[in-house]
Design a protein around this ligand. Structure first.
Ligand code: 13P
Length: 257
């Protein structure tokens, strides 16, 4: 990994898990385990209801807190939604956008991912924008076409300065929650492809500075192999981020990666 040019980021995506007491317990367990970690940004992206608890638990530590989505409008009649400003005001730093579960179950499109990314940036949040192909798309040999389209649309009309504040997570949909991890070579191939697309849309320096994570059944056993790859700058971790010792092992792998 090119640690001299870009930051390794290990982010947990808790998804719809953990009550407030459980969230506090998990972060309290994690804190001492990762207190001495250097050179890796540690993020926990938690359900909206856990944000305040998580921010309090992580205060004064090296753990940053993120949300799992935000709406693209600043305010208004959008029952059940949360704006980027609401998150920023709380002290939330990161927000996951365009996760495949949002695309699959909540009809999110590249257009709304693009709008959400712009709203998050305007509020001062750091978006973690997720892209990835379906199994069927990989089998049809169109992974690169799918990823190129997502990158182009999700970052449409986002400036060079702003894209540098974003993190991209490559999450092949077939690897999420399935126990089927992409091989390190598959992850590297697509992460390098994403970087090449960014170089085309922006420039080489910009592309080289952006953190590109891998996500999809990343765990304590396979993390080292994945993060050792040049273009894999960390991970977005679901299931394994709910277990403090496993999440710590992944973080330490990135420290050495
Ligand atoms: P799993 O690590 O549980 O496969 O989830 C990956 C993911 O979707 C992270 O956003």
């Amino acid at each position: 990994m090119k640690k001299n040019v870009r930051k390794a980021i290990i982010a947990g995506n808790w998804k719809m898990n953990k009550t407030r007491p459980e969230a506090k317990a998990l972060l309290d367990e994690l804190k001492p385990l990762v207190a001495d970690v250097k050179g890796v940004e540690i993020v926990a992206c938690v359900p909206f209801t856990n944000l305040e608890t998580a921010l309090a638990a992580a205060e004064g530590t090296n753990i940053k807190i993120g949300a799992e989505n935000c709406h693209f409008e600043k305010s208004g009649a959008f029952t059940g939604e949360i704006s980027a400003d609401m998150l920023a005001e709380m002290g939330v730093e990161y927000v996951v956008l365009g996760h495949s579960e949002r695309r699959q179950y909540f009809n999110e499109t590249d257009e709304t991912v693009n709008k959400r990314t712009k709203a998050a940036l305007a509020a001062g949040l750091k978006p973690i924008v997720c892209v990835g192909e379906l199994l069927w798309e990989r089998e049809c040999n169109i992974t690169e076409e799918v990823i190129a389209r997502q990158i182009k649309l999700d970052f449409f009309a986002i400036s060079k300065e702003d894209v540098k504040k974003c993190v991209i997570a490559y999450e092949p949909v077939w690897a999420i929650g399935t126990g089927k991890t992409a091989t390190a070579d598959q992850a590297e191939e697509v992460c390098a492809f994403i970087r090449a697309q960014l170089a085309k849309l922006y420039d080489n320096d910009t592309a080289e500075s952006i953190t590109i994570q891998y996500g999809g059944s990343m765990n304590a056993k396979n993390a080292e192999d994945l993060v050792s790859k040049t273009n894999v700058d960390g991970g977005l971790i679901g299931g394994a981020s709910l277990k403090a010792p496993d999440f710590t092992t992944i973080i330490k792998a990135a420290e050495n990666g």
